[in-house]
Write a new protein. Structure first.
Lengths: 320, 323
């Protein structure tokens, strides 16, 4: 009898514990991949700040040129080197909170236009870089063999070229001052990293069971690449693209600074810096503004890239 | 070892050939013709045709390429790299003339970088998370992110405006007529600003790298063992850890070499330093095609040689690497 009562007691306790366990499992929230990504990203304080800075800069680049219209290139000679103002003497809203340059152009509006130009060219160049890189990298990684070998030797050659100088050559020879030439020049020289990344991912994915299964089911190479191999390879591409924005913006500014990028009729961070250089002594702050925006873009893009790298990697764990 | 070096050198040849093809193709595809600069109402069409024949522009493209490349590799000849379209000088001689200025600038910056970056990186690693480490890491991150032309611009600004022209921001020697023009002291004085802007960038990159490698080594088992058996901290850090941490730094030499040879285009241009980089930029602006091609080839040679040197030196320094 005693032992029977004991057995019942043990059984009751066991059931209770099991119920408690399952209740605890129920209480643990199920988190999807994207929830985990968000959690990991928010842990990265610098990356979060970078996102905010980039949003502010993008808003500035979109809103200010729209609101101020042509103010960025309007020369008001009687206002050369005029101090900052929000309203002019007629009481009109001018937003000239950074003052005017030596030609009487509204610096705040000009900086907005320049940020817009540089960011747009940088983004467009990155799109081109990713397209070329993914195309060449996926062919090399999927097909393999001598084609892979040939393409990778081509990448070696591209990496041995003095990159910035080749971009200078292309822009100087094929239409100086043309925005599209600048974008294409950056795209044609910058795709090697993306191609290598995609190739490496594809080489390892090619042997994975589900890809083999897709192939056995008779899926076309196109379908295998686009539906089965590209999505898992997306994370490193996104990270590389984010980091590529910083590079592209810098290259564009350097080109414009040296007089090879967009012409004098446009405004980019590089042309503003080149312009300010000629007036070193009269307006030192003019060198500072575009430079600060440029550094902010570069730093934010690289912090964002770092943050995304950690966040998108499913092997990373979220610490409590 | 010798066979490895030979093999790597042979592998470099097709890469340089590829560099030649791409740079030649860009020049070929460029709109306009090299003889355009001679076109004027005063020049007769026959003269232009003679020029076209003289330059071999009437030949098929592949023949032009073979002609150019086979002459280009004979670098011991004065005419191997052709003649400048602008001043008619031998391109090879011009490049050789400009090389010392570039080597002087890049070499000085490199020496300063090594002297400063290695101790800075070690300090940051040994005192990880201290205020010194945080200051160094912040400096390195910003120094690494700031574009070279912006840094050059700001340093030119500080040198010429803040210090009220205490440091010249232009050229390699003083203007004619200034006392002591061309003396070593004069050149050194002109080097202050460009070397500073080159060195800050390199120090930022190098110290980050040294710090990372040093931290990696300091966390290894053999370092813990050395500490556990009672060795002094200095001995562990500087004898056991440092030697191994410095091996990967050799690869940075390889990365620095192309800049050392072909010159820093941007920094040299900002400070009008009469080196190869500034020459290359002028050549592009003036569409001096022979000079442009020579510059790309020297740059490509620098990259290939740098990679080769880095790999070979790595093998020499690290006995674990077997060829």
């Amino acid at each position: 009898m005693v032992s029977d009562a004991n057995a019942a007691e043990i059984e009751r306790r066991r059931l209770e514990e099991a119920a408690a366990d399952s209740a605890e499992i129920d209480r643990t929230p199920v988190r999807t991949y994207w929830q985990l990504v968000r959690q990991r990203f928010l842990k990265h304080r610098l990356a979060v700040i970078a996102v905010i800075v980039l949003i502010v800069l993008a808003t500035y680049a979109i809103v200010v040129p729209t609101v101020t219209g042509d103010a960025w290139r309007e020369t008001q000679l009687f206002r050369d080197d005029a101090p900052p103002e929000l309203f002019n003497e007629d009481g009109d809203l001018t937003f000239a909170v950074l003052g005017y340059n030596e030609q009487g152009q509204n610096l705040f509006a000009r900086l907005g236009k320049a940020t817009q130009t540089s960011l747009t060219i940088g983004l467009a160049a990155v799109v081109l870089i990713v397209m070329i890189g993914v195309f060449i990298g996926s062919i090399a990684g999927y097909v393999g063999g001598w084609i892979d070998n040939l393409l990778m030797r081509f990448v070696d050659v591209m990496l041995s070229l003095p990159g910035l100088f080749i971009i200078l050559m292309i822009t100087a020879f094929f239409g100086q001052g043309n925005v599209w030439v600048v974008i294409i020049a950056i795209g044609l020289t910058g795709w090697t990293t993306a191609a290598r990344l995609v190739r490496a991912e594809f080489l390892s994915l090619r042997e994975v069971d589900y890809v083999q299964a897709a192939r056995a089911l008779g899926a076309s190479p196109q379908r295998i690449i686009l539906r089965h191999m590209l999505p898992p390879a997306l994370a490193p591409i996104v990270v590389a693209a984010t980091l590529g924005i910083a590079d592209s913006v810098v290259v564009e500014s350097a080109l414009s600074f040296l007089g090879f990028g967009i012409g004098r009729d446009g405004a980019s961070l590089g042309t503003m810096l080149q312009n300010a250089r000629e007036y070193f002594f009269s307006g030192p702050l003019k060198v500072l503004y575009p430079g600060v925006v440029l550094i902010l873009i570069v730093l934010s893009a690289s912090f964002l890239g770092d943050g995304l790298r950690d966040a998108l990697d499913p092997r990373q764990r979220v610490e409590k | 070892m010798a066979s490895y070096i030979l093999r790597r050198t042979l592998q470099a040849i097709p890469i340089l050939f590829g560099v030649a093809i791409i740079s030649f193709a860009i020049v070929q595809l460029a709109p306009g013709s090299p003889i355009d600069r001679f076109r004027s109402p005063n020049v007769r069409p026959e003269t232009l045709e003679n020029l076209i024949r003289l330059y071999g522009l009437d030949r098929p493209v592949y023949e032009q390429f073979v002609n150019w490349f086979s002459t280009f590799v004979q670098f011991w000849r004065t005419d191997a790299w052709g003649y400048s379209l602008v001043d008619g000088r031998s391109v090879r001689d011009t490049v050789v003339d400009r090389m010392p200025a570039t080597l002087l600038l890049g070499g000085t910056a490199l020496i300063i970088t090594i002297i400063l970056a290695v101790p800075i990186g070690i300090l940051a690693a040994v005192r990880q998370y201290s205020w010194a480490d945080k200051a160094i890491t912040t400096f390195a991150t910003i120094g690494y992110a700031i574009p070279s032309f912006l840094l050059g611009l700001y340093i030119a600004y500080i040198g010429t405006v803040v210090f009220r022209g205490a440091f010249p921001g232009f050229g390699m020697v003083s203007l004619p007529g200034v006392e002591g023009r061309g003396t070593p002291l004069d050149v050194a004085w002109h080097m202050v600003l460009p070397v500073t802007s080159l060195a800050i960038q390199q120090i930022a990159g190098w110290s980050r790298y040294v710090r990372a490698k040093m931290l990696e080594v300091l966390n290894q088992d053999y370092v813990r063992t050395a500490k556990a058996k009672g060795l002094s901290a200095a001995k562990v850090t500087y004898k056991h850890a440092l030697r191994n941490a410095l091996i990967p730094v050799i690869t940075l030499f390889g990365l620095t070499l192309p800049g050392l040879l072909a010159g820093a285009v941007i920094t040299e241009s900002i400070f009008s330093w009469p080196g190869l980089g500034f020459l290359g930029l002028q050549a592009v602006t003036q569409r001096d095609y022979p000079l442009v091609l020579a510059f790309v080839m020297v740059g490509g040679f620098g990259v290939v040689l740098g990679n080769l040197l880095a790999d070979v030196l790595y093998g020499v320094a690290d006995p674990r690497i077997k060829y």
